[in-house]
Design a protein around this ligand. Structure first.
Ligand code: MIC
Ligand code: SF4
Length: 645
């Protein structure tokens, strides 16, 4: 078991109750929370439903960064609700235009050694500044705002030892892509990655944040860097030196597993379609034609990244065969580039400047053409996330992206002949918090017609008469379950949003998943979803639990379910089960019935759950399931979800 690690030190300083044995639940005190608009409306509706008058955290911030297209009134209705509920509940509000939650939080609010949970899976960005920063469902964030501790499985700590220094044109993004090629997106549930070794000191806080941000794709609980001289320099440049606290692992710290990465051996890499762990070197891809290059997102939006892009573009012209669009991650970065003239260099080279925010990363515009390659500095390339069916999305560093934008095809940035621009980190960043709104005011909450109430579930029935409504394969992401893009504007309106659950699996002329599930629900039976390995990867969106719940789903049975999604299922009263015998996955088909007798009694910590499968031809088979539910989880599920408790 790991000892003397940064992870352990932060957990100890925040320990409330529970176990110190890996895998067993531990409850920790939460200092800070963040929400973004796409998950935030539900989180604050839930906070209101709990009757909490004021948040009890040291700091809570509500950001608007995802839904900014404002096609129709829904998005702006959400913003107004969020602004007013933040003011009423003691939460700071960062309005549209101020930047992506993770980037702004790192710049303005992150504090080493503190705990942060956020209703967004990339909350681990804060690990770059030495926070224990964890993504969670909106309801868990609401509970933390209400002053409740947050439960995680006591982590295994994967130590990643960094040595050496990155070579020119090789980037922090390539480090995390390398780690994804080693650890993949599967099988890391319950672990935390901690970086150590002499290479750490060569990386700035924004570079570290790129690495911890995309660490989310490993499926780990979070990733964390120590807090050292680089951290102090960054905080000083943000005029927040008083927030600096040093934090390091003990010299004789022990990790559960150690992986070594030599930074000087890192070369430019890409995550190929359609998984962040499908890694190839850019050398292998050289010559492949590209139609679109997008730079930005919470992974690669720092001043350093965009200044490097601007300096490379200066005096050059983007290839006629691509469009290059840049979405700066924060207003601070955009304002600095505007003031020092770099924005003009970017514009002069032919780039399209997008609004500061998530933008195309979450399918808000800029969908690529059919049968073309899109190259992005983002963190996810799940099929269809770009808004184009059959998309071919590659994830790369800003270094590689800008080289490709100039060439119109994949090119190793080390081979362009362009001199690597030396970006000087600003001694002081442009500090302008005039958009951050402090709580206070009349306390009146603006609730327009598109702001629904969080739906409430029924207690778990003792006889669960289930029907398999869908059977899916490996690595089903929450983007498969609950698409974002053009549907994102319905996040506050569950009956409307629920219509597109599993939309990507609907077939023309046949009833949709939503129609089939609703029919099962309306006949008085329960919906069952069958998944395979790594079910529920990716986003923290609790809608991937709420909307199936609304459609009557009561059980998700799979080989493995990812951490945040599994917690969201529990929070909304859906039972997450695992096949005790993996071969039983093959025995089940869509429309089979799966009955659980005395399910309420069967659900005991550590015990097997028996289900009775009946096939269309009447043959029967007993299927055994395991679960990892704690006593508390079981109470929540029996009650039909956390809000009922
Ligand atoms: C994402 O990157 O998928 C999102 C959109 O930021 C999500 C949150 C959401 O679905 O609103 C995430 O990563 O948690
Ligand atoms: Fe926004 Fe993309 Fe980051 Fe999610 S991954 S928070 S959509 S920029």
């Amino acid at each position: 078991m790991a000892r003397g690690t940064v992870v352990q030190k932060i957990i100890e300083a925040h320990f409330v109750e529970g176990s110190r044995e890996p895998g067993k639940p531990v409850a920790i005190r939460i200092d800070q929370t963040l929400t973004q608009d796409a998950t935030g409306t539900m989180a604050y509706l839930e906070l209101e439903a709990m009757g909490v008058p004021k948040v009890k955290t040291e700091l809570s911030v509500s950001y608007v960064d995802h839904n900014m297209m404002q096609n129709g009134p829904e998005n702006r209705n959400d913003h107004l609700y969020l602004q007013s509920v933040a003011a009423a509940k003691g939460v700071r509000f960062s309005p549209p235009g101020n930047g992506i939650c993770h980037q702004v939080h790192l710049e303005r609010f992150g504090v080493p050694g503190r705990t942060l949970i956020g209703s967004d899976s990339h909350t681990p960005t804060g690990g770059g500044i030495g926070m224990l920063a964890i993504g969670a469902g909106g309801l868990d964030v609401a509970l933390a705002m209400a002053g409740k501790p947050f439960r995680i499985p006591y982590p295994k700590v994967i130590g990643v030892k960094l040595t050496g220094k990155l070579a020119p044109w090789c980037a922090a993004k390539d480090v995390i892509l390398k780690l994804l090629s080693i650890l993949t997106t599967k099988g890391n549930v319950g672990s935390i990655v901690e970086y150590f070794g002499p290479g750490v000191a060569t990386l700035t806080v924004p570079q570290r944040a790129t690495i911890t941000n995309m660490g989310a794709e490993l499926g780990v609980t979070t990733s964390v860097f120590p807090s050292d001289e680089s951290t102090r320099v960054f905080l000083k440049a943000q005029k927040r030196e008083q927030d600096f606290v040093p934090l390091a692992a003990d010299a004789d710290a022990e990790y559960d597993q150690v992986i070594e990465i030599a930074l000087d051996e890192i070369e430019p890499l890409a995550a190929c379609p359609s998984s962040p762990d499908n890694i190839k070197t850019i050398r292998e891809l050289a010559g492949k034609k590209v139609g679109q290059v997008l730079i930005g997102s919470c992974t690669n939006s720092s001043y350093r990244d965009l200044a490097m892009v601007a300096m490379t573009l200066k005096g050059r012209k983007v290839s006629d065969s691509v469009t290059l669009s840049i979405a700066p991650g924060s207003r601070q970065v955009l304002e600095m580039l505007a003031r020092n003239g770099m924005l003009a260099d970017i514009i002069a080279a032919g780039a399209r400047i997008l609004e500061t925010g998530c933008g195309p990363c979450i399918g808000q515009g800029q969908s690529p053409a059919d049968d073309t390659v899109t190259v992005r500095t983002f963190n996810r390339n799940f099929a269809g996330r770009t808004g184009t069916k059959g998309d071919q999305a590659y994830l790369v560093s800003p270094e590689t992206a800008v080289a490709i934008a100039l060439a119109g095809e994949f090119i190793d940035p080390r081979t362009t002949g362009i001199e690597y621009p030396h970006v000087v980190e600003p001694e002081v960043f442009e500090i302008n918090d005039n958009m951050i709104q402090l709580p206070g005011g009349s306390g009146e909450i603006v609730r327009k017609r598109t702001i629904g109430a969080p739906p409430v579930n029924q207690p778990l029935p003792d006889e669960l008469d289930g029907v398999v409504v869908i059977k899916v394969g490996d690595k089903i992401t929450t983007d498969h379950i609950m698409p974002a893009g053009i549907h994102l504007k319905h996040r506050s309106n569950i009956p409307v949003y629920a219509k597109v659950v599993f939309e990507c699996f609907n077939e023309p002329g046949k009833p949709t998943f939503a129609e089939r599930a609703a029919a099962v629900r309306d006949s008085g039976r329960a919906g069952v979803i069958v998944g395979r390995d790594s079910y529920g990867q990716g986003s923290s969106r609790e809608h991937a639990a709420i909307c199936p719940m609304f459609l009557g789903v009561k059980v998700v049975a799979a080989l493995a379910i990812e951490r945040i999604h599994s917690a969201n299922l529990v929070n909304f009263g859906i039972v997450p089960l695992f096949f005790a015998n993996p071969a039983d996955y093959d025995a089940i088909e869509e429309s089979d019935s799966l009955v659980f007798h005395k399910l309420r009694e069967q659900l005991k910590p550590g015990e097997t759950v028996r289900g009775e499968l009946t096939k269309a031809d009447g043959t029967k088979k007993e299927i055994l399931f395991r679960h990892r539910l704690s006593d508390e989880d079981i109470q929540i599920i029996l009650a039909g979800g956390m809000l009922n408790l």
